[in-house]
Design a protein around this ligand. Structure first.
Ligand SMILES: [Zn+2]
Length: 254
């Protein structure tokens, strides 16, 4: 009998622990991790860590500090190694880690194997968390344009939304910017393609009147990101430009 009570207590404890808010009333925290060239963004809410891409050159950042007691889910923009490299690590170290959306571009068998380590999770949890996907696919993509298949996300928040274009390029921006509804009030942009000159076109910036901060996750010596032309364009629009290389991990309370 005692044994049964211990079992029931254990089950109730697990249920309670999994459903209670960890920090009730906590405003979401946006973290752009300094992982060198690559991308790993985490939005920390009461109950969950929502990760947008999970790659880079440096060994995983101190993400466990925020995420070891929360649910963890992952939205991948596309299949480049610098966006997916740490999936096997996350499966081992982040609780209840699951994959909401995988890459739309063709990836190698080894990458498929690594991604298959993460169990799929339901899209409902993402919608509940204020995450919207605005990916718009072109009718035709050549094998050299796989960045046109990059998924694009908006994290909506009353204080201002965050735009996460992955490695989307200007031709892609022309497709999905029509979905940037006026009510999103995008305030923060994690620069597409790490601030490459092939992204963040003038047309996109004209659709983001509330944008005040742009962040490049990159290491200058690798590919020259963020590109001087993009930085110039942003400054012309009075948008501050931060880089993980200069500031380290960047955390913004939304
Ligand atoms: Zn990239």
């Amino acid at each position: 009998m005692t044994h049964l009570f211990v079992k029931i207590f254990a089950v109730l404890s697990i249920l309670f622990w999994q459903t209670k808010p960890i920090s009730p009333g906590l405003k979401p925290l946006l973290i752009i991790w300094d992982i060198g060239q690559g991308l790993w963004v985490t939005i920390v809410t009461d109950r969950a860590c929502h990760h947008f891409d999970i790659g880079g050159e440096k060994w995983p950042p101190p993400v466990q500090h925020w995420c070891r007691s929360r649910d963890n889910d992952l939205f991948i923009s596309h299949g480049d190694e610098d966006h997916i490299k740490f999936v096997p690590w996350a499966v081992r170290h982040l609780p209840r880690f699951c994959l909401v959306a995988g890459p739309l571009d063709e990836i190698s068998a080894r990458k498929k194997q690594n991604l298959s380590l993460a169990r799929p999770c339901s899209a409902e949890s993402a919608r509940d968390a204020g995450i919207r996907e605005i990916t718009t696919l072109p009718t035709h993509v050549s094998e050299h344009d796989h960045n046109l298949l990059s998924r694009v996300y908006v994290f909506d928040s009353p204080e201002g939304a965050v735009l996460l274009p992955g490695d989307s390029i200007v031709e892609g921006e022309a497709l999905w910017l029509k979905q940037l509804r006026a009510e999103y009030h995008i305030r923060i942009l994690v620069l597409g393609h790490h601030g490459s000159r092939t992204s963040t076109g003038e047309a996109l910036l004209r659709h983001l009147p509330d944008l005040s901060i742009a962040i490049a996750s990159a290491r200058k010596a690798k590919y020259g990101h963020p590109h001087a032309e993009v930085v110039r364009r942003l400054l012309d629009h009075h948008i501050s430009v931060l880089t993980t290389e200069d500031y380290g991990h960047i955390a913004i309370r939304l």
